[in-house]
Design a protein around this ligand. Structure first.
Ligand SMILES: Cc1cc2nc3c(=O)[nH]c(=O)nc-3n(C[C@H](O)[C@H](O)[C@H](O)COP(=O)(O)OP(=O)(O)OC[C@H]3O[C@@H](n4cnc5c(N)ncnc54)[C@H](O)[C@@H]3O)c2cc1C
Length: 380
């Protein structure tokens, strides 16, 4: 039986980040993925790498992840673009939060710049003047291409560190013993790891279903839209808007957040957890989203596989309030699902050397690399 220092189950961004970090420490690593390639949250998202939206240790993991993304990009194209994020405020309370956040980020030494309505429109001429009150610009945020990043990262760790990657390999069982943990796949192959980490995303049926059912994990379903390529529109970086300012945890720390009330025109949008984000893909198309519906870990089927047209309509109507470019020429629409946990992430060591880490929520593309660096150092 082949022995490894670390076996990672699940090759989404969280699992791949653990594989990368252990490999950087010189460890022998095996990465196992049940599908032919990762097809879940990690490839269905915006690819906004935004420490600007996070607070506490997650903000720091985000900053560290950006350092690492850029370091790897300098050697191997993993689709990182360093072009910042802008949060566009549309009313007085959002503009007040932007001012307060700018002050908070000064203390965190993460550059943030307030832009007046005129400055915002000069830099982002596709925004509607009627929407823009001002904006907060974060030059250090980056973006990645979600349909490329994880594939390239897996190739990189195979080539650079000799990580062994086996797709189409579902893990169905474990045996824990004095010499480590034995991993059993659906083909009854066995591998032994000194440490094993399960980064199963929102897959709760194959392993430890009862543990996940009682863990407090919930799954969020998000609806996303992508326009046809718009060759005459250039969006610089990640575009986040007023509803995002009202939603992201970095703004929750602001003094006036507690007094925030919901204007009538936001009520229906908030009911579906909608906030408007825009991100231009490499082909010139624009990804627009998103909404949030929730179900507990043992009832995720109730979220359905369909894309609800009324939710798309709410997203597009709000988009039309914000941008001048045509948003109705939609090339594709999809739903993405991520797991989240009330304690920010689910971390359990269920037997010596056998860890479960999942439920990173909506912050996985931003913070997984930095988070995994810390975790892996605890084990080796
Ligand atoms: C629509 C959408 C937009 C988002 N936008 C952003 C964004 O802009 N920025 C950001 O930071 N985050 C964003 N997120 C969140 C981010 O995508 C997630 O936090 C992250 O992808 C979660 O990664 P993961 O590895 O935990 O899960 P997943 O991507 O679900 O990966 C888990 C993997 O484990 C595999 N697996 C499960 N069980 C087994 C088993 N038994 N054996 C083998 N393999 C197994 C699965 O097949 C899967 O490939 C978004 C998410 C969505 C859905």
């Amino acid at each position: 039986m082949t022995h490894f220092d670390l076996i990672v189950v699940g090759a989404g961004i969280l699992g791949t980040s653990h594989a990368l970090q252990a490999a950087r420490l010189g460890k022998k690593v095996l990465l196992l993925e049940k599908d032919n390639f990762p097809t879940n949250a990690t490839v269905r998202n915006f690819g906004q790498v935004v420490p600007s939206g996070l607070s506490g240790r997650w903000h720091r993991y985000g900053q560290r992840s950006i350092e690492l993304y850029k370091e790897i990009q300098a050697e191997y194209d993993i689709s990182v673009r360093a072009n910042g994020s802008v949060y566009v405020a549309s009313d007085e309370p959002e503009w007040q939060l932007a001012h307060e956040a700018e002050e908070l980020f000064r203390d965190k030494a993460y550059p943030a710049q307030l832009l007046s309505a005129e400055e915002t429109l000069a830099r982002h001429p596709y925004l509607k003047a009627s929407y823009v009150k001002g904006s907060l610009f974060f030059p250090d945020d980056v973006s990645v291409e979600p349909d490329r990043l994880v594939h390239r990262l897996i190739q990189y760790i195979q080539q650079k560190y000799g990580v062994m990657y086996l797709p189409n390999t579902a893990v169905l069982d474990f045996q824990s013993g004095a010499e480590g943990v034995e991993v059993v796949t659906a083909r009854r192959e066995k591998f032994k790891g000194q440490q094993v980490v399960i980064c199963n995303g929102s897959e709760f049926r194959l392993l430890f279903p009862d543990l996940f059912a009682s863990s407090g994990l919930v799954v969020s379903k998000l609806q996303m839209l992508q326009t046809l390529p718009l060759p005459n529109v250039t969006l610089a970086g990640n575009i986040l808007t007023g509803l995002t300012i009202r939603r992201y945890e970095s703004f929750e720390e602001c003094p006036s957040f507690a007094q925030l009330t919901t204007p009538t025109h936001y009520e229906e949008l908030k009911k579906w957890g909608i906030h408007l984000l825009f991100k231009q893909a490499m082909d010139g198309s624009i990804i627009i989203g998103d909404s949030h519906e929730y179900a507990p870990a043992d009832r995720t089927d109730e979220l359905g596989f369909d894309v609800k047209e009324p939710i798309n309509e709410l997203i597009l109507r709000e988009a039309e309030r914000i941008v001048e470019f045509p948003v109705r020429g939609i090339a594709r629409a999809w739903a993405g699902y991520y797991a989240q946990h009330p304690d920010e992430i689910l971390e359990r060591e269920i037997a010596p050397g056998l860890h479960i880490i999942t439920g990173i929520g909506g912050k996985g593309m931003t913070s997984s690399l930095g988070y995994a660096e810390e975790k892996v150092k605890e084990w080796f």
